[in-house]
Design a binder for this molecule. Structure first.
Ligand SMILES: [Zn+2]
Ligand SMILES: [Zn+2]
Ligand SMILES: [Zn+2]
Length: 83
């Protein structure tokens, strides 16, 4: 499972949203679809498809605003879902 080093925005709700992927730390596993060692023509591929947690998150921007998904639930259409 590969990991990413990312840059992103830290929101007031506590969420972090990636704006840029800085680099990928390759796990060098043949059984990981993100790895350079994984064969592009890996037949019936059941290999690892998920990336691991970010190894390094660099906050490039901090905002008191809620992230888009929290905005939706707290202030947008989601919050108006009464009754
Ligand atoms: Zn990997
Ligand atoms: Zn595969
Ligand atoms: Zn949020």
């Amino acid at each position: 499972m590969c990991n990413l080093e990312t840059e992103g925005t830290k929101y007031g709700c506590g969420h972090y949203q990636v704006t840029r992927k800085v680099r990928k730390i390759d796990c060098n596993s043949r059984y990981c679809t993100h790895s350079i060692r994984h064969s592009p023509d890996c037949g019936d591929c059941h290999c690892e498809r998920y990336l691991g947690p970010d190894v390094k998150e660099t906050i490039t921007f901090t905002t008191p605003q809620y992230c888009p998904s929290c905005q939706y639930w707290f202030k947008g259409p989601g919050s108006q879902r009464v009754r």
